[in-house]
Design a protein around this ligand. Structure first.
Ligand SMILES: Nc1ncnc2c1ncn2[C@@H]1O[C@H](COP(=O)(O)OP(=O)(O)OP(=O)(O)O)[C@@H](O)[C@H]1O
Ligand SMILES: [Mg+2]
Length: 259
C-alpha cells in the first residue's frame, strides 16, 4: 500500500490558446502539509480544480495510491479521499453547524429517519477533534453567526467527517483577521495530528511557511521548485526565490531562459 495519496504527472491545462498549466508534477503523501504558492495567475487554483475533479486536465496522468486512474472526475476525487474547501461558497450560512457538516451525507436510521441526536453528538465530537473550543457556539449554532475562521473550521470538520485523507484549502485565510487566521492554522494542525494531509494555497508566504512541511512553487503554469522546510530554512528564503522568479536578475533563477 502506497503512502502516496495522489500524484499528478505532466499535467497540462489549456483554455483555448492559454496554457494555465504547462506540464506539472505534484504529489501529496500521507500526513503531510504541502504549501502551494506562486504569483497571481500561476495556475494554483487550476491545479486544485483538477485535483478536485472539477475541471479535466488537457493531458497528463493521475495516480491514486500509486495506481493510474482513468475518467477522473469529482466523484473519483472524493472516492480517493480528497475534499476541497472553497472559501465561503461551501457553507449554508442560515443552517446550523451540524447541518453543514452532514449536508449530503446525513446519518439515517433503518427506516430512513434522520438520526438528529447522533448527528449532534458526532458534530460536537468533530468540532472538539479539530480544536474548536468556543463556549458560545455548539452544534446547533447557526453558521452565519460564526467568524470566518470558525467557518473554515466547520468546513474542515466536514472534510474530516467525510474521511478525507487529503484536505485542500484554497486561500482559506485571505479575508481573515490575524486571530481568525490563527484559528484556521490551529484547525489545520489538528487535522494533521489526526493523520490527514493538507494542501494549502496562500499568498501570505509567512503563513504558508509556518504550517507547511513542503513547498511547491508554481510559476506561469510550471513547477519552479519543490522543496522541504528544513532544506529551505526560512520564509525569507522562499520569498526571495519567488521575487527572483518575478523579477529575474543576472545569474538568478531565470538566467537560463534566454539560452
Ligand atoms: N476558466 C478559465 N478560462 C480561461 N482562462 C482561465 C480560466 N481559469 C483560469 N484561467 C487562466 O489560467 C491561468 C491560471 O489561473 P489560476 O486561477 O489557476 O491562477 P492562480 O494561481 O490561482 O492565481 P491567483 O493567485 O490569482 O488565485 C490564468 O492566466 C487564468 O487567467
Ligand atoms: Mg487562485
Amino acid at each position: 500500500m502506497s503512502n502516496r495519496i495522489i500524484e499528478l504527472r505532466n499535467i497540462t491545462k489549456s483554455y483555448g490558446q492559454v496554457y494555465a498549466l504547462g506540464g506539472v508534477d505534484l504529489h501529496v503523501d500521507e500526513a503531510e502539509v504541502v504549501g502551494l504558492v506562486g504569483d497571481n495567475g500561476a495556475g494554483k487554483s487550476t491545479l486544485i480544480k483538477i485535483l478536485a475533479g472539477a475541471v479535466p486536465p488537457t493531458t497528463g496522468d493521475i495516480l491514486v495510491r500509486g495506481k493510474p486512474v482513468t475518467g477522473w472526475n469529482a466523484a473519483k476525487s472524493r472516492q480517493a479521499g480528497i475534499e476541497t474547501v472553497f472559501q465561503d461558497r461551501a457553507l449554508a450560512v442560515q443552517q446550523t453547524i451540524t447541518w453543514n457538516i452532514f449536508m449530503g451525507r446525513e446519518i439515517v436510521g433503518p427506516l430512513g429517519f434522520l438520526r438528529v441526536r447522533r448527528q449532534r453528538e458526532e458534530a460536537s465530537r468533530l468540532m472538539r477533534e479539530i480544536g474548536f473550543t468556543s463556549k458560545v457556539f455548539g452544534p446547533n449554532s447557526i453558521v452565519g453567526q460564526l467568524s470566518g475562521g470558525e467557518r473554515q473550521g466547520v468546513a474542515i470538520a466536514r472534510a474530516i467527517y467525510n474521511q478525507a485523507d487529503l484536505i485542500i484549502l484554497d486561500e482559506p485565510t485571505t479575508a481573515l483577521s490575524l486571530t481568525e487566521t490563527a484559528k484556521v492554522f490551529h484547525f489545520v494542525e489538528q487535522a494533521k495530528a489526526a493523520g490527514r494531509s493538507i494542501l494549502f494555497i496562500g499568498h501570505n508566504i509567512h503563513h504558508v511557511y509556518d504550517i507547511s512541511d513542503r513547498f511547491v512553487v508554481l510559476d506561469r503554469g510550471r513547477v519552479a521548485t519543490q522543496i522541504g522546510k528544513t532544506e529551505l530554512g526560512s520564509a525569507e528564503a522562499l520569498i526571495k526565490f519567488m521575487e527572483e522568479l518575478a523579477h529575474p536578475t543576472e545569474g538568478g533563477a531565470h538566467s537560463g531562459d534566454a539560452a
